[in-house]
Design a protein around this ligand. Structure first.
Ligand code: SF4
Length: 214
């Protein structure tokens, strides 16, 4: 069984897949506590679902793109089985993971969107750096959430040190909601000389920052 907060159909709001129809399977629980976390409602509660139950709901939406997210989806061991099953049934699968749990053993057909936690999150010491060694340049993306200018400085350093421009499909630079001046951030990125992508969370602009299940 897996503990699930919500399963819903929406559009993908982030990553290079932004704008595409997508079914989201949001699993409950996270071992981290990022100070700017926008999904604290996933920390507790949820309902127990079997993998068959989840597959029935996902299939009912009829969308071929599925994101498994959280919370921290990989914190539940059974999530690895769910991801395998989704891949077996031919879904295009995205995994949005916070970077603390190891991605070793993840079905290689799934596409990983890996957070690298910056100092402003309060959780930077918990990054599992071995996850960067498993990134695949054709399909995996990394995401830095920027809350203060020091986070951007940190992100540039990590990008260079780990050669992320060549080792990932995309490097996503995402402002923590309401905490960064977007024009200022755009200027940082434009002048950086780096092959990175500024991303805004599309769903928050469409439905508002606090609406769940979208
Ligand atoms: S890893 Fe994600 S879900 Fe967990 S506290 Fe950080 S932002 Fe929230």
């Amino acid at each position: 069984m897996l503990r699930v907060t919500e399963i819903f159909l929406s559009i993908q709001g982030e990553s290079t897949h932004a704008g595409r129809p997508c079914t989201f399977v949001r699993l409950t629980g996270c071992p981290m506590r990022c100070v700017w976390c926008d999904s604290e409602y996933t920390f507790t509660g949820g309902e127990h679902f079997s993998i068959d139950d989840i597959m029935a709901q996902v299939n009912a939406f009829g969308c071929r793109l599925v994101e498994v997210t959280g919370g921290e989806p990989l914190a539940q061991k059974k999530a690895f089985k769910l991801i395998e099953r989704l891949c077996d049934e031919g879904f295009e699968v995205l995994i949005e993971t916070g970077g603390y749990v190891s991605t070793a053993g993840l079905d290689p057909r799934a596409k990983v969107i890996l957070d690298i936690k910056c100092p402003g999150s309060g959780e930077e010491p918990r990054n599992d750096w071995t996850n960067l060694e498993r990134l695949r340049s054709q399909k995996d993306e990394v995401k830095f959430v920027i809350a203060v200018e020091g986070d951007w400085t940190y992100a540039k350093k990590v990008i260079k040190e780990h050669d992320l421009e060549t080792r990932t499909k995309a490097i996503l630079i995402s402002p923590a909601w309401g905490q960064v001046d977007l024009q200022e951030m755009a200027n940082w990125i434009a002048g950086s000389g780096l092959n990175v992508r500024m991303q805004l969370q599309l769903h928050k602009y469409i439905w508002g920052p606090d609406v769940k299940g979208v």
